[in-house]
Design a binder for this molecule. Structure first.
Ligand code: ME8
Length: 680
């Protein structure tokens, strides 16, 4: 017996610095669909995912939470609604899960680091540059964009430390050749970006150790240094198979990986640094790196720190895991960015799943029940001619206008059209899947689903049912519909595994009728299959009501995120820019035609009076404020209100309510405090 072909596929390993969101689920669902598809095709698949648990960001977060870094990551990886829980919920079929804090991985990374050091590809030097803490990335001045991190656009810090370097420059030509002259990196548009932005300006050696924090894999021959988190992370793809460790023994079997699925912002690490390190280690390179796009929300990337994440738990609970999986891979082309919105999610579920697929299955099974008591009569299945036709089309990958051979009123022309589409489907689907074009593959399947729904209307089974002479025809029409449902369900299995199981049960498809081979065979379903109309697969969603509820939930989540948000610190220099002084109110009057504004004449100890307008008339009567000692910001740029110039701002204590200020108190000091004192 010939050995099964191998397929090794990976997701990025996720940072457990916060709970994961739907953007993270996107890549994992895509990888899962691909892994399931390859298993369906008969491959021996290894599907790896995991978590990337070291680095300064995690160390800082743990500190802020008052726990050890390991406790912190344990909770996010293994805890309730953690990473593992989420993958279980999303029905992710990974064969292995690596945590970079696993002992075997840590020991292997130490060996790998040492090997590159002994080879001379890692050497000791001094790092002077810029560091982006959230991205854990070091940058040179020339790589910054407007002085900020080129990946995330945030502020960077000066950094200088004794460090080890990897001779990335040595591999620049080989990496450029790999990118430009092979299909290593896809989509191809990402190749230019890598070559022009990173390789052509000159690849500098990469800083690969840190001394400024401890939470990482220690460099065992130089205490105080920890291995750069990206070396630690990238080699997970090999250590999880047993490379340089005894925990597993699959490295020979599965390496090199067939494809690494990753998000576009980490293409640089996977298409430049990763192959260069593998070259240094003299290891075979992965066959492909595919950089998918981002799910955007309001045009920006989802991120917990922006408070704009979409909770996969909430969506899966409301709409079902399979609907969510389907939506993610059907709505957006895999290689480009896509805007997530509740409207598109609900719209997609209602049109494709409830109207098209759900209806086809429920109408078909209901009619078999109603007209034939759930069992079609023997002999209603595919004719030899139909089987031959399907067979020929499945082999040829061509499209033929067969309907043209039948007279206008011959219903068999509908049959051949339907069969032709169904017979060719597996091939077109396969072509799309092999290019990771999930959206296109799904669209192909839904062409058949749409055609089958049309076939119902063309044949009007309810009319055939009334005519005794048309019973055979009726049974044949329903059989054809069941076959379309079956073939569609086989090909949808990688995307919606649970739903397809239910569909197979409803149409009475046995194991041999759920296989990849059977998807190219017309007439595989036996005519004595026990059909049973089951539960409604995709209940229609009341979009208006649902959107309102989701909006309310989002508001609540945003408010919660804002309350928990980390403060955005300013520097002492920023603070020193604002000049607060004490002031005596010499005069105060209402501004004509304004309900809110009061005009203050103030002594700020400047040798002349200062005029400031303040919108606090709802809270104070002007005469009550004369003689009071207040606080003013005096270096705010002057501005005009109701034609009068205001030179600064009076400081108030404000309690915000739902529709503005709930309470406001002008900050007043003891009258003993003289005018013109600075505050700070
Ligand atoms: O990058 N849309 O981890 P990570 C699509 N630890 N994909 C998104 C997304 C969004 N809105 N948000 C995040 C890391 N992702 C490293 C990987 S691999 C050796 C180390 C994707 O948790 C993102 O593009 O920050 C990335 O591919 C993945 O989630 C993990 O992101």
């Amino acid at each position: 017996m010939s050995e099964k072909k191998k397929f090794y596929i990976t997701t990025p390993i996720y940072y457990p610095s916060d709970k994961l969101h739907i953007g993270h689920a996107y890549c994992t669902v895509a990888t899962d669909a691909m892994a399931r598809y390859k298993r369906l095709c008969g491959y021996d698949v290894m599907f790896l995912t995991g978590t990337d648990e070291h680095g300064q960001k995690i160390e800082d977060k743990a500190k802020a939470a008052g726990v050890s870094p390991k406790e912190y990551v344990d909770n996010i990886v293994e805890g309730p609604q953690g990473v593992k829980d989420l993958w279980k919920l999303m029905n992710i079929s990974n064969d292995r899960f690596i945590r970079t804090t696993d002992d075997y991985h840590v020991a292997a990374i130490q060996k790998i680091f040492k090997k590159m050091y002994e080879k001379g590809d890692i050497y000791k030097g001094k790092y002077v540059g810029k560091y982006c803490k959230p991205c854990e990335s070091f940058w040179t001045e020339s790589q910054l964009v407007d002085g900020k991190c080129p990946d995330c656009g945030r502020e960077v810090q000066d950094a200088e430390e004794e460090a080890y370097f990897f001779r990335l420059s040595k591999y620049a030509d080989r990496v450029q050749d790999l990118l430009e002259n092979t299909d290593f990196l896809e989509p191809r548009s990402r190749v230019n970006e890598m070559v022009n932005n990173f390789i052509k300006p000159g690849l500098e050696d990469l800083c690969v150790s840190r001394t400024s924090f401890q939470w990482g894999v220690p460099v065992d021959f130089d205490p105080g240094h920890v291995v750069y988190v990206w070396i630690d992370a990238l080699f997970n793809y090999t250590t999880a198979l047993g490379f340089m460790n005894d925990k597993y023994d699959d490295f020979k079997k599965y390496w090199p990986a067939d494809v690494h699925f990753i998000g576009k912002e980490i293409v640089r690490f996977h298409s430049i640094i990763w192959p260069a390190m593998l070259m240094s280690m003299e290891m075979p390179l992965p066959k492909k790196v595919f950089g998918h796009g981002w799910l955007l929300l309001d045009g920006g990337k989802m991120s917990k720190s922006k408070g704009n994440v979409v909770d996969p738990y909430l969506l899966a609970q409301r709409y079902g895991v399979d609907s969510l999986r389907y939506f993610l891979l059907r709505e957006f082309p895999f290689g480009t960015d896509g805007n997530f919105s509740n409207e598109t999610l609900i719209g997609r579920i209602n049109t494709d799943l409830a109207n098209d697929l759900g209806n086809l299955v429920s109408r078909t099974t209901a009619m078999v029940g109603k007209y034939f008591g759930n069992n079609l009569p023997a002999g209603c299945g595919a004719t030899e001619d139909e089987k031959d036709l399907a067979n020929m089309l499945a082999q040829s990958r061509g499209s033929v206008d067969l309907a043209a051979n039948f007279p206008e009123d011959d219903p068999r022309k509908f049959d051949v059209e339907l069969i032709a589409l169904a017979a060719g489907l597996r091939n077109t689907y396969e072509d799309k899947m092999e290019q990771y074009a999930f959206q296109d593959a799904l669209m192909e399947v839904f062409k058949l689903i749409g055609r089958a729904n049309k076939y119902i209307d063309e044949n009007k089974p309810w009319a055939l049912a009334k005519d005794e002479a048309q019973q055979d025809r009726l049974a044949h029409v329903l059989y054809n519909l069941l076959e379309c449902v079956r073939i569609s369900a086989v090909l949808l299995t990688p995307f919606m595994p649970e739903t397809c199981e239910k569909i197979f049960a409803q149409i009475g498809a046995g194991d041999s009728q759920r296989t990849w081979e059977s998807a190219a065979v017309w007439g595989a379903l036996s005519t004595d299959a026990q059909v049973s109309k089951g539960e409604n697969l995709f209940p229609r969603i009341d979009a208006a009501k649902e959107l309102e509820e989701l909006a309310a939930l989002e508001e609540a989540a945003k408010a919660e995120a804002a309350a928990k948000a980390e403060p955005e610190y300013i520097t002492i220099d920023d603070f020193a820019k604002v000049k607060f002084v004490t002031a005596k109110v010499l005069a105060c009057e209402a501004v004509k035609k304004s309900k809110k504004l009061l005009r203050f004449t103030l002594d700020c100890g400047e040798g002349q009076t200062r005029q400031i307008l303040s919108g606090i008339h709802e809270y104070y009567e002007p005469e009550d404020l004369v003689g009071k000692t207040v606080v003013a910001c005096v270096n705010l740029a002057p501005r005009k209100m109701m034609g009068l110039e205001s030179n600064g701002m009076l400081i108030s204590a404000v309690k915000e309510g739902a529709e503005g200020h709930e309470e406001l108190h002008l900050l007043m000091l003891d009258d003993k405090v003289p005018a013109g004192c600075t505050l700070g």
